[in-house]
Design a protein around this ligand. Structure first.
Ligand code: FAD
Length: 453
């Protein structure tokens, strides 16, 4: 990249420390957790931006985008870079727009809505919300590092989704402001259903610069681990708790053996050969919950208070996509899939998968409530990777038996399974980024304005 760009951007920000050209730093801030996928590793290793720019305000974002638009410079937005699909990896160099320093919480309103900048860490927001009697409705297991903007741009759900659905359900994202990539960048407010034009678009159709996020009243939580002789018995109990409206829960995660043997810091809570479930349950219900678990044949291997994100052990550190991380630490050949089973056929689907693939696929279930209030037996199964062909065979088999797969081994929005069938993200990109400079290459159905003519 021409060194004039660095000088020009420095003068725009009036601060040389926020325009970074050192190759090691640029390389580091061009990566995310795409290496979870052996397929993406091959595609994305070595892809880097040219410069990192760190705005502090919406006004500065507008100035940077105006400059990039005038000089046809690609811009890849970055929160904390914890995404798993290479969403934040620049495919065509250019500017990495690092928003981690735009981290102000403007307000925790008395109606339970947080107003914040995109670089706000989810963990910071959770802690602040709790001071005002609220907590996040749902969060990824990367809560401590991940940003609110990155969660909206590239995430889906996590801890809390069993009670409150995913990020895109139940009006959790009340509104967002987005900066457009045009000759004169605008700040456009998206409210209500219009937020879906921007959510999970991987930063391809605008820069989210301000967010209004609905919270939920805070609960005093406890954590509990329960072991069962068989995966089937564990699944039955976890489904009962997930579905049971009488239980106040934030996390219900079920592991087939030997997944729990991978969790070295909490290995003592796993029983050899047994399936394990991790729960976050209302502290007030803990005694009744433990009694129900024992009556169902479970063995309580751990139970304790939850005192916030510093709690040790923090069971959520082993759930959602952290589970895959622990598996990969044990054997690098492990990777994962993201699935949603059919609530009416889940047991049969699990049986068919086990019969066909044996230990090549290890079940890790995560429940979430969908937008219609139906409890979905979701899963992030751990898969023993041998070849891309075999991985695709597993995906194809899942789909053939009615298991939905959001494929985490592709690097474009449309392939991941959370792309909107009504194309609203694409339509927004046509309006807000007609030159196709935002995260180019990640939305395959988009054709830049000049090429489309
Ligand atoms: P980044 O990775 O920086 O960005 C994600 C995407 O959003 C990129 O495409 C980026 O360009 C775009 N983006 C970032 N900021 C903005 C903005 N302001 N405007 C527009 N676009 C923007 N995800 C889940 O949903 N649930 C989980 O439970 C979960 N568990 C995980 C566990 C592990 C161990 C790992 C490594 C990942 C996990 N993830 C999970 C994925 C990821 O951590 C989350 O989605 C997280 O919220 C991403 O936030 P981030 O700040 O790191 O975003």
């Amino acid at each position: 990249m021409h060194s004039d760009h660095a000088a020009a951007l420095t003068s725009l920000l009036d601060d040389s420390s926020r325009v970074i050209a050192q190759p090691q730093v640029v390389e580091q801030l061009s990566r995310d957790f795409y290496w979870y996928s052996p397929v993406l590793r091959k595609q994305l290793d070595g892809k880097v931006g040219d410069l990192v720019v760190q705005p502090l305000t919406t006004f500065e974002i507008q100035n940077v985008l105006r400059y990039c638009h005038a000089h046809d410079l690609p811009v890849t937005i970055r929160g904390a870079g914890t995404g798993n699909y290479g969403q934040a990896v620049p495919l065509h160099g250019g500017i990495v727009l690092d928003l981690a320093r735009m981290d102000q919480i403007e307000a925790i309103q008395s109606d339970g809505v947080a107003v914040c900048q995109p670089g706000t860490r989810l963990g910071v927001l959770e802690n602040e919300a709790r001071k005002w009697g609220f907590e996040l409705r749902c969060y990824p297991s990367t809560i401590v590092k991940a940003t609110v903007g990155g969660f909206l741009g590239g995430g889906s759900g996590g801890v809390g989704s069993v009670a409150h659905g995913n990020l895109r359900d139940f009006d959790t994202v009340r509104a967002l402001e987005v900066v457009t990539m045009e000759a004169e960048p605008r700040v456009v407010l998206h409210e209500g259903a219009a937020v879906h034009e921007i959510l999970h678009a991987w930063g391809t159709n605008g820069v989210i610069s301000r967010i209004r996020l609905a919270l939920t009243p805070a609960v005093t939580w406890a954590q509990c681990a329960v072991a069962f002789e068989t995966f089937e018995a564990a699944y039955d109990f976890s489904e009962r708790i997930a579905k049971g409206a009488e239980w106040t829960k934030r996390l219900v995660t079920t592991f087939e053996w030997p997944i729990s043997s991978f969790f070295s810091p909490v290995r003592q809570y796993a029983s050899d050969g047994k399936a394990l479930i991790f729960f976050m349950i209302a502290a007030a219900q803990l005694a009744a919950f433990e009694a129900a678990a024992r009556a169902a044949g479970g063995e309580i291997t751990y139970s304790g208070a939850y005192v916030g994100l510093r709690t040790r052990p923090l069971l959520s550190d082993y759930t959602w996509n952290h589970t895959t991380l622990w598996a990969m630490k044990t054997d690098e050949a492990y990777t994962y899939l993201q699935c949603a089973f059919d609530p009416a056929a889940v047991r049969e689907q699990l049986r068919e998968l086990k019969e066909r693939f044996g230990k090549e696929i290890l079940f890790h279930m995560e429940f979430w409530k969908n937008g219609e209030g139906v409890m979905i037996p979701g899963a992030i199964p751990v898969v023993y990777y041998t070849t891309e062909e075999r991985l695709n065979e597993i995906i194809d088999f899942c789909r053939a038996i009615g298991v939905f797969v959001a494929n985490p081994h592709v690097n474009y929005v449309e392939g991941g399974g959370r792309y909107r069938a009504d194309n609203v993200q694409l339509l927004a990109k046509r309006r807000y980024d007609p030159k196709g400079l935002l995260n180019p290459g990640k939305m395959l159905t988009f054709e830049p304005e000049a090429a489309a003519r």
